[in-house]
Design a protein around this ligand. Structure first.
Ligand SMILES: Nc1nc2c(ncn2[C@H]2C[C@H](O)[C@@H](COP(=O)(O)OP(=O)(O)OP(=O)(O)O)O2)c(=O)[nH]1
Length: 193
């Protein structure tokens, strides 16, 4: 049985991997997530996904390690996870009534140094809502730990006017891409245990 590690502290990513049914374990990447301000959002998530995977692989060289990173891009600005409710209000203020992209980079590193990577973008359009409705949504605390301050699988779907792309990508892992990388790496599925 292959040793697969998800290099993530994200409960959303764990939930998505749990659904896939492959045996895996998790480890925190514990990396500095600073990247050059000259990087585009896509370059940043690609670099950080690899940085996370390589950091955990360095501690577990015999394992397969999957890392991921996500950013929201709107009007040329990149948004990550909000620090507090005020930051979440400001983020949603940029997204409501507009269209934004959410990019997720994924990187799979193997015991022999094998390296597979992918990047997926989903495009979301949000309804414009009143300030009172925004405050009511913020009261639900779905903004906590979420890039862009919303949960597409939660109450946040009431904000969604249009979604183009892989919904699981918005949640944190583009599972169509993750499955492609795992199959490219030779993983087999539905093993009898
Ligand atoms: N449940 C849920 N989580 C979301 C949604 N959109 C974004 N997120 C979460 C997934 C990730 O945990 C987080 C993206 O931020 P990062 O890529 O920096 O990952 P994070 O630091 O959370 O975990 P990691 O670096 O993998 O340990 O936002 C959503 O619609 N639903």
């Amino acid at each position: 049985m292959r040793d697969l590690i998800l290099a993530s502290t994200s409960s959303a990513r764990r939930a998505l991997m749990d659904g896939l049914g492959l045996p895996y374990r998790t480890q925190s990447p514990g990396v500095d997530e600073q990247v050059s301000p000259l990087h585009s959002a896509k370059e940043a998530v690609r670099e950080l996904a690899e940085r996370k995977a390589r950091a955990v692989h360095a501690r577990n060289p015999e394992a397969w390690v999957l890392g991921a990173d996500q950013l929201v891009e709107v009007n040329g600005q990149t948004l990550t996870k909000p620090e507090d409710r005020g930051a979440a209000r400001a983020q949603l203020g940029k997204l409501l009534g507009h269209t934004h992209d959410i990019h997720t980079g994924v990187c799979l590193i193997g015991p022999g140094g094998q390296h597979f990577e992918g990047l997926e973008t989903a495009r979301l359009t949000f309804h414009a809502v009143t300030p009172d409705e925004l405050e009511r949504y913020l009261d639900l605390n779905e903004w906590e730990g979420c890039c862009g301050s919303y949960r597409v699988e939660g109450a946040g779907q009431a904000l969604l006017a249009r979604l183009e792309g892989d919904r699981s990508n918005v949640q944190g892992l583009p599972m169509v891409t993750v499955v492609r990388l795992l199959r490219q790496a030779g993983f087999s599925f539905f093993e009898r245990r």
